[in-house]
Ligand binder design. Structure first.
Ligand SMILES: [Zn+2]
Ligand SMILES: [Zn+2]
Length: 272
């Protein structure tokens, strides 16, 4: 378990108000119910299980990582709900089944690797019993109770580590790579008054009063003509690296994680 990641998530949670916390537990509970329903369906049907396993076999490691990343992204969305206005895409049922079985497999491999030495046709049985044991140990968590957050924190931290490790190990640095800001985010940027002779750091020319100046949410200002080409290549502010939303899953994880880190550091002086 990555201590630091868990601590950061816990600290971010501690800054939430009572009503924000109940919104969070409500969305987590509804996810938990959905995931349980899907996993039970897959594990109780030999046909569905072998289809899901087959699908996982066909996925390359980067594809699997991407799937886990999308799954993680939706959990981070819950956590940053009140500081982030963008909605995450929902996984297709087949993808959700695949990622849930994949995470369960990872779990089993980590805690009892010998269980997977049985031939794959017995895996459904093996996973089924591990899953049932897990359900028993969490059965005491009432819906909406704070204890229900623990498995959530664990999953989020584990996925984050998985995605992070993958990105460090691979040669293409996926997290931190340059990726365009979403069109929707760029269109929503406001025109602001020029900063009384302030310099635009992209072109080093003065910004005059008028409508040709764009304000990013971090309060930094640039000429529209300078910042638009910039945001077509990167989703970060040229001054402070504040992140705008992006369609890239890993870029989004990085952006939401930045928000979680800021939440954990200071509850008050937040992010607009
Ligand atoms: Zn400029
Ligand atoms: Zn900035």
């Amino acid at each position: 378990m990555t201590e630091e990641t868990t601590t950061t998530i816990m600290a971010a949670l501690a800054t939430l108000t009572q009503s924000q916390l109940s919104d969070l537990t409500a969305s987590i509970s509804s996810d938990v119910h959905l995931h349980r329903r899907r996993l039970s369906a897959v594990l109780s049907s030999p046909h569905l299980f072998s289809l899901t396993l087959q699908r996982l076999r066909l996925l390359s490691l980067p594809d699997k990582t991407l799937l886990i990343a999308k799954h993680l992204l939706s959990s981070l969305h819950h956590l940053t709900l009140h500081y982030n206005k963008c909605h995450s895409a929902v996984l297709k049922p087949r993808d959700l089944d695949a990622v849930l079985v994949l995470l369960l497999l990872c779990d089993v491999r980590q805690h009892s690797p010998e269980a997977l030495e049985t031939p794959p046709f017995r895996w459904r049985e093996v996973l089924g019993s591990v899953y049932a044991r897990g359900m028993l140990s969490t059965a005491g968590y009432g819906i909406g109770s704070a204890a229900a957050l623990l498995p959530y924190i664990e999953t989020a931290a584990r996925c984050l580590r998985f995605v992070g490790n993958y990105n460090v190990n691979s040669n293409s640095t996926v997290v931190g790579r340059e990726t365009a800001a979403t069109v929707a985010a760029v269109v929503a940027l406001p025109s602001v008054g020029g900063g009384g002779g302030e310099e635009c750091v992209i072109c080093r020319e003065e910004m005059r009063e008028g409508r040709d100046v764009c304000g990013l949410p971090c309060q930094h200002k640039f000429h529209w003509r300078c910042v638009l080409p910039w945001l077509r290549r990167r989703n970060t502010c040229p001054c402070c690296r504040f992140r705008l939303p992006t369609d890239d899953v890993f870029g989004e994880i990085q952006r939401l994680w930045d928000i979680v880190v800021k939440m954990s550091g200071v509850g008050k002086e937040l992010i607009s």
